[in-house]
Design a binder for this molecule. Structure first.
Ligand SMILES: [Fe+2]
Length: 318
């Protein structure tokens, strides 16, 4: 074989001989491996809460939490070949749990968090044995390898939006998952004070005290955690009525969820109106700006910590 390679009389003959060796000529690649700036692979998109709520209502009749590990709706980015990721590294999903239901405890390497949209007193998450009540606007963390399960002792269905870094973990491959040996993790205590919980009242207080930058790229924003988790940063963004944020683009992927208010975002020239409970995907390097019709609060979920650690975070005015 080595002799055959040495004697190759043409490039085509050389390519033919190289192929079974799983080797290819770098000067004749089928596609370039370098390009001048990030490609627009994933697209901007908006998912509506009223539609998700209707679908989850149907799912509530059709599937229970015995059959489904989680009753959730995956918000997959509408690009060919994708049926899972919301952006390159992040996933968002709507989830609902009916009164008296419990979603069993498990743990996994993907980092996860949830923004509570609608819940009455009695809906909860248990994280590593600590019971955290769910109230609208609260953000609850379940970082890498923390046990977590959910339950609802209220008379109304509870709805929230999950965010996970599963697409990143799929790419890097360190996926581990384990169901809890007791199915439902026993509760050791109940609290509102936990590093796993960012309460809505606290968010509103911090936003009211923050120096106002309504025309900044992210309006007036506060960070939840520093960062909230190793791969995901969380910010609460206050958009003041009528103010437009500065258009910008970033190499990080952002997913916005509307905690309060309504308005519109222009993402790479496309306009998306939104209201409470909606989810908006802003894939990397898409110029975008927001404008609110009333004072509004968005949760911004981003893979910034990953880009930062790898020295790959770049932002500009778009
Ligand atoms: Fe989970």
């Amino acid at each position: 074989m080595t002799d055959d390679l040495m004697r190759a009389g043409s490039l085509d003959e050389l390519y033919t001989l190289l192929k079974p060796l799983s080797t290819g000529p770098g000067w004749n690649k089928p596609a370039p491996s370098l390009w001048d700036e990030p490609r627009k692979t994933f697209v901007p998109f908006r998912w509506r809460y009223d539609q998700a709520k209707a679908a989850l209502g149907a799912a509530g009749r059709l599937i229970n939490t015995e059959l489904a590990e989680r009753r959730n709706l995956i918000l997959f980015n509408p690009v060919p070949g994708n049926d899972y990721a919301t952006t390159r590294t992040l996933l968002a999903a709507y989830q609902m749990i009916l009164p008296q239901e419990k979603a069993r405890s498990h743990r996994h390497t993907p980092n996860a968090l949830r923004l509570i949209v609608d819940a009455d007193d009695g809906a909860y998450t248990v994280v590593d044995g600590v019971k955290l009540m769910m109230r609208p606007g609260d953000v609850l963390l379940t970082p890498n390898w923390c046990w977590h399960g959910h339950g609802n002792e209220s008379p109304a269905p509870a709805y929230w939006i999950d965010f996970l870094d599963t697409p990143l973990i799929h790419a890097l491959e360190p996926m581990f998952f384990e169901p809890h040996p007791e199915t439902y993790e026993p509760v050791t205590r109940t609290t509102t004070e936990s590093p796993m919980r960012f309460g809505w009242e606290d968010t509103l207080r911090r936003l009211s005290e923050a120096a106002k930058t309504p025309s900044g790229p992210y309006g007036t924003q506060i960070e939840l955690g520093n960062p909230a988790m190793a791969t995901i940063s969380l910010h609460m963004v206050l958009l003041q009525s009528g103010a437009e944020t500065a258009a910008h683009r970033t190499t990080s992927n952002n997913i916005y969820a509307v905690a309060q208010g309504h308005g519109a975002s222009v993402i790479d020239g496309q306009s998306f109106v939104w209201s409470r409970g909606d989810v908006i995907a802003v894939p990397a390097w898409r110029p975008h700006s927001h404008c609110a019709n009333e004072d509004s609060v968005l949760l911004r979920v981003s893979d910034e910590p990953v880009l930062q650690k790898l020295d790959l975070l770049r932002c500009d005015a778009g």
